[in-house]
Design a protein around this ligand. Structure first.
Ligand SMILES: Nc1nc2c(ncn2[C@@H]2O[C@H](COP(=O)(O)OP(=O)(O)O)[C@@H](O)[C@H]2O)c(=O)[nH]1
Ligand SMILES: [Mg+2]
Length: 290
């Protein structure tokens, strides 16, 4: 993973023979807040460092390792690999432009190649013709079935069709796209709740996951989106897209502290292979520049 703004700033801050005085701790706290870690976490980890007996003798790396130890408990990953050959469904949620459709194509490739799962894509974003076409192109390139209807069709019906046909054909995983337009929040929520009800009537909760895609470049906004989707329909796992272009990656921590939703994958580019399972330790290492 690429190095980030936080890693570079930390390097400047802790390098050389800096005295670990109050100015240092204040600056460190500001730097962590600027990187979207959240004021509460920033304050807590800096306090822990300030109060640690060993701090005075710590070198550059020691300080970073101390921060890592504090932050690691707030990062949790989850493996989304379907645990049986039965048909599973991932309902992919998120506001417009965060990377849902691209992430669906990447997941289809990932679960097919890494876990030998037969994937089907459901074009549940029926709001724009372009959204359906985008999935058809991916389906052709990946050689995967895309269940779709006309623009304007009922997304619940499209997803139900995909699920029903996947069950009858013995296909393993339905990846369902959804529209994420935000201009009418109440409508969006109602539509998602309707889809949720339809899916729940067809498969058991253990085979059904709601996955929220967030754009890593949007910082605090991503936290608000996560709260909104979690309250409305419940979110089982998060995928952090566009992590390659994120100046900050710290938003993962307040999301996990506030909502306790684990992270499944990190999106690291526009290509099909740019999807990495979330690894808490290597994530923190790259965040801090270790
Ligand atoms: N750099 C980068 N771009 C991404 C990533 N994921 C998606 N994108 C781009 O973000 C834009 C919006 O993606 P799209 O999948 O259409 O978003 P949707 O509206 O949520 O379905 C497209 O230009 C994608 O190529 C990622 O992990 N890294
Ligand atoms: Mg889309």
């Amino acid at each position: 993973m690429a190095g980030f703004g936080l890693a570079n700033k930390l390097k400047q801050l802790v390098s050389g023979k800096r005295i670990l005085d109050e100015d240092f701790f204040d600056e460190l706290e500001d730097t962590l807040i600027e990187s979207d870690l959240g004021a509460r976490t920033a304050m807590e980890v800096v306090d822990a460092l300030r109060e640690s007996k060993e701090t005075r003798n710590m070198d550059e790396r020691g300080i970073l390792l101390h921060l890592k130890e504090q932050l690691l408990p707030f990062t949790r990953g989850v493996d989304l690999k379907p645990d049986s050959e039965e048909t599973h469904l991932f309902l992919v949620l998120g506001v417009n432009g965060v990377g849902k459709t691209t992430t669906i194509a990447k997941m289809a490739r990932f679960f097919h190649e890494k876990h030998d799962r037969h994937c089907v894509i459901a074009a549940g974003d029926t709001f724009r013709a372009a959204a359906i076409d985008q999935l058809l192109v991916h389906g052709e390139r990946l050689d995967m079935r895309v269940v779709h209807q006309q623009p304007g069709a009922d997304p619940g019906a499209v997803i139900f069709d995909a699920l029903e046909s996947a069950v009858s054909r013995g296909e393993n995983l339905v990846l369902a796209d959804t529209a994420g337009r935000m201009h009418n929040r109440a409508n969006l929520i109602r539509e998602l709740q309707k889809i949720h009800k339809i899916v729940s009537s067809k498969i058991g909760a253990q085979n059904y996951k709601k996955i929220l895609v967030l754009d890593a470049t949007t910082g605090q906004n991503a936290l608000r989106q996560a709260e909104m989707f979690h309250e409305s329909v419940g979110v089982d796992a998060i995928i952090l897209a566009k992590y390659d272009s994120a100046a900050k990656g710290g938003i993962v921590i307040p999301i996990q502290r506030t909502l306790s939703i684990p992270i499944a994958f990190i999106g690291t580019g526009e290509g099909y292979d740019n999807l990495e399972p979330f690894e808490p330790e290597s994530f923190i290492d790259s965040l801090l520049g270790l």
